[in-house]
Write a protein that binds this ligand. Structure first.
Ligand SMILES: Cc1cc2nc3c(=O)[nH]c(=O)nc-3n(C[C@H](O)[C@H](O)[C@H](O)COP(=O)(O)OP(=O)(O)OC[C@H]3O[C@@H](n4cnc5c(N)ncnc54)[C@H](O)[C@@H]3O)c2cc1C
Length: 400
């Protein structure tokens, strides 16, 4: 079967090709691992080549606004919203909400990732402040962009403000889809560990529904009841029961942390710094306590904001009064957060995990074999008691 990329493992699933196809003969369908890939209806395709022209993977040298001619960028900041409600209901310091509010108050549309009615993750556009909470907080699953590039383009052509947020590859997809800069567009990407498989997420949810004997009412990947640094997976059920586990003890987070669940293209991502194409980049500022004058003892969350372009910087300046900001250097920020510039490596067990998944291994068995909270707790306790060097020695012994 002919496809847009010779090696489909490098496809990021942004769907720029499907949304740009003038004959609409490309559909996005899940592959065996559960990630969306383009499928061309060859009978209707007339080989116009537009799909290749807008593919961000084939055009990685595209219009990177952080590139040439913008001396002095990127600049980095530790930041948080002075509104505690927003900060506590966000993954890190709540900076995304500040940018989103500013766009919405100017009559604009904000695009970002939200849960649908089945708690699968989809991009959507909102234009009311009351809908902003649906985009808040990271959902650690690859989101389906649906028709959002087209919707954003429609608004931009009407000269209406648009804030588009997403992972680096989704922003790169948008930029190649649009093909030209728009003054009313502000783009924000998140520093990204990798996007986990929607299929694994759906199996995890089915498992949780069975265990808690109820349908799901709400989910937060970044519940801060135990603080920002000890964040929890929270799932509320319609029967009134709830599940709350720190990330180190939750099955899905263990798989995510071991980097078992990400899309293959994430392990050699082309859209991190210095190739981010967004005006602003957001992340957790892990290790913010290293910075002089920052007190993270309240444990409510600190964002890392990277201004990649003068437009990003101007937007940051415009929200200054509503947040705490401390300038640092890009180097300092990247030092404490390797995912700013480097992809997480692919573990050998990823292939085994997906082989088992595709062969139909039950989720409970996958959980026991690959994402076992008991084993994880043992490892952490051993690390705490014996120190990381002991664990390294054990690993070496295992290899022999
Ligand atoms: C898949 C993923 C992996 C990440 N990995 C890291 C990491 O390794 N290190 C790190 O420091 N930070 C990482 N982040 C970023 C971090 O979790 C926060 O999103 C960031 O600190 C912004 O937080 P905030 O408090 O400003 O706003 P929040 O309100 O928490 O941010 C919400 C923003 O995240 C976007 N978003 C949420 N889920 C998705 C999704 N599935 N796909 C695309 N966009 C999404 C929303 O559209 C919105 O723009 C990751 C985020 C995601 C989505």
């Amino acid at each position: 079967m002919r496809n847009i990329l010779e090696n489909m493992d490098s496809c990021v699933g942004c769907s720029a090709c499907a949304q740009r196809c003038p004959r609409q003969c490309i559909s996005m369908v899940p592959d065996d691992e559960g990630f969306l890939i383009p499928l061309i209806d060859e009978k209707r395709c007339n080989d116009c080549g537009l799909c290749k022209k807008v593919c961000p993977v084939l055009n990685t040298d595209g219009n990177n606004p952080g590139d040439a001619g913008q001396a002095g960028y990127p600049k980095a900041w530790a930041a948080w919203s002075t509104d505690d409600g927003i900060r506590l209901n966000s993954s890190s310091g709540g900076l995304f909400s500040m940018f989103a509010e500013s766009c919405l108050l100017r009559g604009g549309t904000v695009f970002g990732a939200a849960f649908d009615k089945d708690f699968m993750v989809r991009h959507t556009g909102i234009s009311k402040l009351s809908d902003l909470d649906s985009l808040r907080r990271s959902k650690y699953v690859q989101s389906d962009i649906s028709q959002c590039y087209r919707e954003a383009e429609k608004r931009l052509k009407e000269h209406r403000p648009v804030l588009f947020s997403g992972t680096g590859c989704q922003i790169a997809g948008l930029m190649s889809f649009l093909g030209k800069p728009y003054p009313e567009l502000l783009t924000i990407d998140v520093v990204c560990y990798g996007v986990p498989s929607p299929k694994v997420w759906s199996l995890y949810l089915d498992d949780m529904k069975k265990r808690y004997k109820g349908d799901i009412a709400s989910i937060s990947f970044r519940d801060k009841k135990n603080g920002w640094k000890n964040y929890c997976m929270y799932i509320g059920f319609q029967n009134g029961r709830f599940y709350r586990r720190t990330a180190v003890k939750d099955t899905f987070f263990i798989g995510f942390g071991k980097n078992l669940l990400s899309r293959k293209s994430c392990y050699s991502c082309h859209f991190r710094h210095p190739r981010s194409q967004a005006d602003l980049t957001l992340a957790d500022f892990w290790g913010a306590e290293r910075l002089k004058g920052i007190d993270t003892l309240d444990n409510k969350g600190v964002s890392l904001v990277i201004a990649n372009t003068p437009k990003g910087q101007a937007t940051l300046d415009s929200i200054r009064e509503k947040c705490y900001l401390m300038e640092t250097s890009f180097r300092e920020a990247a030092l404490g957060n390797p995912r700013v510039t480097e992809s997480a490596p692919m573990p050998r067990s990823r292939a085994l995990f997906f082989d088992d998944l595709i062969r139909g291994m039950r989720f409970s068995s996958l959980r026991r074999k690959y994402m076992n909270p008991f084993v994880q707790t043992l490892k952490l306790s051993a690390k705490r008691i014996a120190g990381p060097r002991f664990i390294e020695r054990l690993k070496k012994l295992k290899r022999v």
